[in-house]
Design a protein around this ligand. Structure first.
Ligand SMILES: Cc1cc2nc3c(=O)[nH]c(=O)nc-3n(C[C@H](O)[C@H](O)[C@H](O)COP(=O)(O)O)c2cc1C
Length: 424
């Protein structure tokens, strides 16, 4: 097990001995914005290409409290802390110069950072030998935004949230002709330096929604962007920084070339993406066996990437019509019984989610490339959110659980990566 995972486990005792106390005056900002001197292209939602970008991480709801307003996005995020930023290369798309852009969530825009000349591009840093026409996305983490609240465990949430963004790119791309392909084998050191992150932000993955220009050549673009503050406050965290550094080099990667198959109707999918939310409590009602099968089919689909890792999916069946209660994996029951209370307890006693939901899902992985396997768990989680919402059900991610007790319950000694609840 990667040492970082071991030292960031929650247990019944640990959450009581080290309760999270928040220092509100240090609360980081959740938006990064480049100075006004850069050119911004605001999204026009009538335009197909810009609507595609908006679908990925745009703001789609606002919550108002007497002293504060929160903006919620297409992508979910642990604690709504949104530690990730998105950068993208756009090539050969009408209305925008070929260049490297930052996704400015607050302004609902992309900001042009570097204009590309001739055959220059980011492709070589992402393992592509030809020019890619379309979009190359890079996902980074500003880890302090999450570490402010979740301390050492925050790297897990940065990766899960990054996985959700990759999943959001995949979902948005289902409305376009080309599928998203995730790329973990990227030149992190050079990219982090060229983007001027100064150790406070770093890349964990990329994704292409693009086609190679056959016979073209591409040279690696070089630039040095200035540092731009992305969190207002900052405190270094040595555990997280070491975990990042030690998980940057990939070993033994296997490509996944088999595309996933989804049966979404485009208009309904678009509506689903727009309306995605986390459900805060569930009705005590069963879902149907048809809905269950649909969700299992979605969860079993491969994820296109250059470094595919095994992620196991366990499902606690709490309430499905005509199905016995129990723990289910890969089409079979591992054990029968009513585990709804147990599932709620395991998720740090969030009984409103894993106990009340019709299903509680746990994702685990044996050894592997940590950044790749954790982000894959986020992608699978995002698929579950979208599929549940598409069926008129609700879903919530659950990042907090008693790690070792989940292992015992599942009889699986891998790393417990993520939990989710689905229901009415
Ligand atoms: C990785 C991850 C972990 C989460 N963990 C929890 C959790 O333990 N408990 C909870 O109530 N919500 C959890 N959530 C849901 C977030 O609180 C929610 O996404 C956020 O408040 C934004 O709201 P929205 O998803 O409706 O846009 C989690 C979400 C993600 C992506």
């Amino acid at each position: 097990m990667f040492w970082y995972h071991g030292v960031t486990k929650h247990s019944y005792a640990s959450v009581r001995e080290h309760p999270n106390r928040l220092s509100w005056e240090d609360q980081p900002s959740v938006f990064k914005q480049y100075p006004e001197t850069y050119t911004r292209y605001r999204f026009d939602l009538e335009d197909d290409e810009e609507r595609f970008l908006y679908h990925i991480a745009g703001i789609n709801a606002k919550k108002s409290y007497p002293s504060v307003e929160y903006y919620l996005r297409m992508n979910p995020s642990a604690g709504a802390l949104y530690p990730n930023e998105i950068y993208l290369q756009i090539r050969g798309v009408a209305g925008k110069p070929n260049g490297i852009y930052h996704y400015d969530v607050a302004a609902s825009a992309v900001t042009l950072l570097v204009q590309l000349a001739g055959d220059e591009g980011l492709e070589p840093y992402l393992g592509c030998r030809e020019q890619m026409q379309g979009y190359l996305f890079l996902v980074s983490s500003v880890y302090w935004r999450s570490a402010w609240k979740y301390k050492n465990r925050a790297f897990r949430y940065c990766l899960l949230d990054a996985g959700h963004i990759l999943g959001a790119i995949e979902a948005a791309a289902l409305l376009k002709p080309h599928a998203a392909v995730v790329r973990y084998d990227i030149d992190r050191v050079i990219l982090n330096r060229m983007f001027g992150f100064e150790g406070r932000e770093w890349f964990t993955a990329a994704a292409s929604v693009a086609v190679p220009v056959r016979g073209s050549s591409v040279t690696a673009v070089e630039f040095a962007l200035p540092y731009v503050d992305a969190s207002r406050t900052f405190e270094p965290n040595e555990t997280i920084e070491r975990a990042y550094r030690q998980s940057c080099t990939l070993e033994g990667c296997r490509q996944m070339l088999k595309p996933p198959r989804f049966s979404y109707l485009p208009e309904k999918l678009q509506e689903t993406i727009f309306q995605r939310r986390s459900q805060r409590a569930f009705e005590p009602e069963a879902i149907t066996k048809g809905q269950f099968s649909y969700l299992m089919e979605v969860l079993s689909q491969p994820v296109l990437s250059d470094c595919d890792e095994e992620v196991r999916v366990y499902v606690v069946v709490n309430r499905v019509l005509d199905m016995p209660l129990g723990l289910y994996r890969d089409g079979e029951y591992i054990k029968y019984g009513d585990f709804h209370h147990k599932a709620g307890y395991l998720c740090l006693e969030q009984y409103n989610l894993a106990a009340q939901g019709a299903l509680a899902v746990f994702l685990t992985a044996p050894e592997g490339n940590y950044q790749a396997l954790y982000q894959k768990a986020g992608i699978i989680g995002h698929r579950l959110y979208i599929a549940a919402q598409y069926l008129g059900l609700g879903c919530s991610g659950i990042g907090a659980y008693y790690d070792d007790e989940v292992n015992t319950f599942l009889d699986d000694d891998g790393m417990v990566l993520y939990a989710l609840a689905v229901g009415k």
